[in-house]
Design a protein around this ligand. Structure first.
Ligand code: T1G
Ligand code: NAD
Length: 650
């Protein structure tokens, strides 16, 4: 069965692509479209409507083909042919017309979107730029700086925005196909618009352009594709369409062969393979109608907000009324922030709050299908909470701990039915961070694991399955390279040098800035907990403990590794730097100076060796699990794929 079929609706030919799951422009699709073009050029219908079956218009070139030999017809060749059609071609867009899908729409003479449709050029997220005319045709249809915004940010826009910019000729009110057929009939009665490639691009003076591009590429950090996308659109303004098309293709092919694109394509697919396990194949999750959260602190409030924003009713239990009110205020603050940023409407905001209740009595959790504990990181406190949950919750309720490091097997063993206990390690802020480590105790039931995965899907989180160990995947690796950073301190580096080296590599912040942000007390508590079991031979750096003993916990106390003034910006802390020198001296260490590359090499090697140990122990199932975790927990640069991917690049 061809993935492209044509049906006549009166004198309008409707060409339909059907290539699940996202109608990617695979070789079969390109071939089918070329044949449909030739057929309609021969049959001369009044006009052609191009539509897609399933959930979305073409969501891009088929990324899976990129590492395979090139297959004719190429997308640029196909799009040039469609643009040369002698009858109008109307792209009827629903779902997400992305990348090659957007370019296919641009090659058509007209475009109409469903009200919920989105359209964009996300190629930069794969380390690429549009490779089939997107940077050339777009600035000939809409304002060049708006065209650059699409290509440089990779962010799709809504149908109404696309219509406002002139990218869509119309937004369908009712049935998309009917509206598209009507638009095709109207177009058939008029002369064909000039093909975009033949039009002159509007002038944009260099100063205006450069200022706009500087803003658009400001967040690129070390990723090159946003800058390349900006340069490609500029080429389109400085050259005729055909020349610009050639320049775009050269730039695209160079990027496709680049290490950054290989890494970004790797992490794209890695993020879609995590969270899959044979244990839950064909296993139905338990109901997830009502959520309970115990603890309304930083994490409890974030988790409650995440569940509310996903449409789930939440009951939050705290120690006492004051704590419950404080927790409620945190949740209301988060939802208020979503309202202020326009992420939710007033109506939605009110509806979400109506689904939120707080209590101090665990009886309030009697109907909850899943309860997440987010109380102090203390095993005794957690066991008390789980004992209360064991008594108060219905037998089939799933009980989850948000612990950062503690032994979830031990927590599970503390309740009557250990099979219903699982770890759900959210990252702060829990309503924003996509990563969710699902910690799998030995006793967990398959349908409880399936329920945890179903919750991740509902919350639109990225689930990574982790075995039980100290810190699971993310915090265990972070503990390891934090330790290495401490060694580097004694060996000769200073906190700001190490942080600068990590930022230069592409991390959003250095390990010392990060500790100050999270609070030095968390790591301190973890080190004290581990003291008894720390291997005697393991080198131990006491600098962080010295800082904590003085009550300096980072941002929240105004000083830690750095000093924090009114503006909240970190500045070097002379006391800490003096302490570093004293400690090295006390240990008789001859300090040496380090290049940023040396610092990062040691930190990366540490991430990789801890990652390998995690694989060897079966805590993570694949290198992809580790890379997805490091990219999404600590902002390891996506354009480097992850610490484990970096081992393969030589
Ligand atoms: N090619 C191949 N497979 C794709 C794909 C693509 N473009 N997009 C998605 N998939 C697979 C994905 O791996 C998963 O597979 C399934 O579809 C569902 O995806 C020439 C060169 C469209 C917003 O970058 O952003 O065009 O795991 O889980 O959350 O200039 O997929 O089921 O086996 O993400 O509903 C440009 C990438 C390509 C869009 C849907 N296009 N895709 O999200 O589902 S480069 C993109 C997405 C290009 C041209 C250039 C999302 C989505 P499996 P999913 P979703
Ligand atoms: P927090 O101190 O901000 O909040 C803990 C809350 O638990 C407090 O509001 C306290 O009143 C409440 N609480 C304590 N005992 C209770 C009880 N018996 N019943 C009900 N409520 C009780 O702590 P947090 O930062 O939200 O961390 C909570 C958990 O999440 C810890 O296990 C922590 O390790 C983990 N975690 C923290 C982060 C983070 O970055 N802060 C990230 C991931 C996981």
């Amino acid at each position: 069965m061809s993935v492209v079929t044509t049906q006549m609706h009166g004198n309008i030919a409707v060409v339909t692509i059907d290539n699940p799951p996202v109608n990617a422009a695979s070789q079969a699709v390109r071939q089918g479209l070329m044949e449909a073009l030739h057929a309609t050029e021969a049959s001369q219908p009044a006009a052609v409507v191009l539509t897609c079956a399933g959930r979305t218009f073409v969501a891009g070139a088929d990324i899976r083909e990129f590492d395979k030999p090139f297959l004719e017809p190429g997308l640029p060749e196909l799009l040039n042919a469609i643009e040369g059609a002698t009858r109008p071609w109307v792209a009827a867009i629903h779902g997400t017309a992305l990348g090659g899908g957007c370019e296919l729409a641009l090659a058509c003479s007209h475009r109409i979107g469903a009200a919920t449709a989105k359209i964009g050029l996300p190629e930069v997220n794969l380390g690429l730029i549009p490779g089939a005319g997107g940077t050339v045709r777009m600035p000939r249809l809409i304002a060049p700086i708006e065209a650059a915004r699409l290509a440089v940010t990779g962010k799709p826009i809504s149908a109404s925005e696309a219509h406002k910019l002139g990218l869509f000729d119309a937004v369908a009110e009712g049935e998309l196909l009917d509206a598209a057929i009507q638009l095709a009939k109207d177009a058939a009665a008029k002369p064909l618009p000039a093909p975009l490639l033949t039009r002159d691009a509007p002038e944009v003076d260099r100063a205006t352009w450069d200022a706009a591009m500087a803003k658009l590429t400001a967040k690129a950090r070390g990723q090159t594709s946003p800058h390349e996308a900006a340069a490609a659109v500029r080429d389109a303004l400085d050259h005729d369409g055909v020349t610009a098309l050639g320049l775009e293709r050269e730039r695209f092919m160079r990027l496709k062969a680049s290490p950054q694109s290989a890494a970004l394509r790797y992490i794209f697919f890695a993020e879609r393979m995590v969270g899959k396990t044979p244990h839950t194949k064909g296993v139905a999750p338990r109901p997830l109608a009502e959520i309970g959260v115990v603890g309304g602190g930083t994490m409890g409030a974030g988790i409650a907000a995440a569940a509310l924003l996903a449409g789930l009713p939440v009951t939050m239990v705290e120690r006492d009324t004051d704590a419950a009110n404080a927790g409620a205020a945190r949740v209301e603050g988060i939802l208020g922030g979503s309202l202020k940023r326009g992420l939710i409407s007033e109506t939605k905001h009110a509806a979400l709050l109506a689904k939120f209740t707080t209590a101090t009595d665990y009886a309030a959790l009697a109907k909850a299908d899943l309860v997440i504990e987010a109380v102090f990181e203390d095993m005794d406190v957690k066991k008390q909470v789980f004992a209360a949950l064991d008594a108060a919750c219905k037998p089939e309720a799933v009980l989850a701990s948000n612990t950062s490091y503690l032994d979830v097997n031990e927590i599970a063993a503390s309740v009557r039915e250990p099979a219903r206990v699982v770890g759900l390690h959210f990252f702060s802020p829990a309503h924003i961070m996509k990563l969710l480590e699902i910690v799998v105790p030995e006793t967990v039931a398959d349908d409880v694991l399936a329920t945890a995965l179903a919750l991740a899907k509902t919350l639109r989180k990225l689930p990574v399955l982790a075995g039980v160990c100290d810190g699971f995947i993310a915090n265990r690796i972070m503990t390891s390279y934090r330790r290495e950073a401490d060694y580097l301190l004694e060996d000769g580096a200073l906190p700001y040098e190490i942080d600068a080296a990590m930022r230069a590599y592409g991390m959003p912040m250095g390990i010392f800035e990060m500790q100050d942000l999270a609070g030095l007390d968390i790591g301190w508590a973890a080190r004290k907990r581990r003291a008894a079991t720390r291997p005697a031979h393991q080198r131990y750096v006491e600098i962080a403990d010295r800082i904590c003993e003085q009550g300096h916990f980072g941002r929240k106390t105004g000083q830690g590794w750095y000093l924090y003034g009114e503006d909240g910006k970190p500045t070097r802390n002379p006391e800490v730097e003096a302490l570093v020198l004293e400690e090295a001296d006390r240990k008789g260490i001859r300090r040496q100076s380090f290049e940023a590359s040396d610092i990062m090499a040691r930190i990366l090697a540490c991430m990789q060796s801890e990652g390998q140990a995690i694989l060897d122990e079966g805590i993570a199932a694949s290198p992809q699990d580790i890379d997805v975790t490091m990219v999404n927990a600590f902002g390891f640069p996506r354009w480097k794929g992850g610490p484990m991917f970096q081992r393969t690049t030589g």
